[in-house]
Design a protein around this ligand. Structure first.
Ligand SMILES: [Cu+2]
Length: 156
């Protein structure tokens, strides 16, 4: 009798195992089929992202120090998976990029993957726009995205 019970148990395990494997591989197959549907990191609904300084409309001299403000969440370096954290990105003189993909990295989309909360930029004379975007360990904005107001400054 014990031997029969063992056989039943083994059969059940064999039946269950392929099902488990198929379930695990599903998200990967789905991600490959639909590259736009990247996993998004949730964030607190009351978090706020803003430029501390310069003030919107300010006239400043280059180089310009820009300080990043964040309430309701913490800053963590890129690659660090900690709840309710992200790292700053500064969009300079560019529209808001797509918020469901990793943010671009170029002169107009600057990543602060080290966890920096301010930067100093050389900007030519004229008006410039600045906007902050927080993003997760993989540089993908949170769900919902946390984006600051876009401010305009004038460099003398
Ligand atoms: Cu980034």
């Amino acid at each position: 009798m014990p031997r029969a019970l063992l056989a039943v148990t083994a059969t059940l395990w064999l039946l269950a195992a392929p099902g488990v494997r198929a379930e695990e591989s599903k998200p990967h197959a789905h991600a490959a089929d639909a590259p736009a549907a990247l996993p998004r990191t949730p964030r607190p609904a009351d978090a706020v992202l803003y430029v501390i300084s310069p003030a919107d409309g300010a006239t400043v001299r280059s180089p310009v120090t820009i300080r990043f403000g964040l309430k309701g969440m913490g800053v963590a370096p890129a690659g660090v998976d900690a709840p309710n954290t992200g790292h700053h990105h500064l969009v300079v003189d560019a529209p808001t990029p797509p918020l469901d993909l990793p943010l671009p990295a170029d002169a107009q989309h600057i990543h602060f993957g080290g966890g920096q909360t301010e930067t100093t930029l050389e900007l030519p004379p004229g008006t410039h726009t600045l906007q902050l975007i927080l993003a997760d360990k993989a540089h993908i904005p949170h769900d919902p995205p946390l984006v600051s107001e876009r401010i305009t400054i004038t460099v003398e």
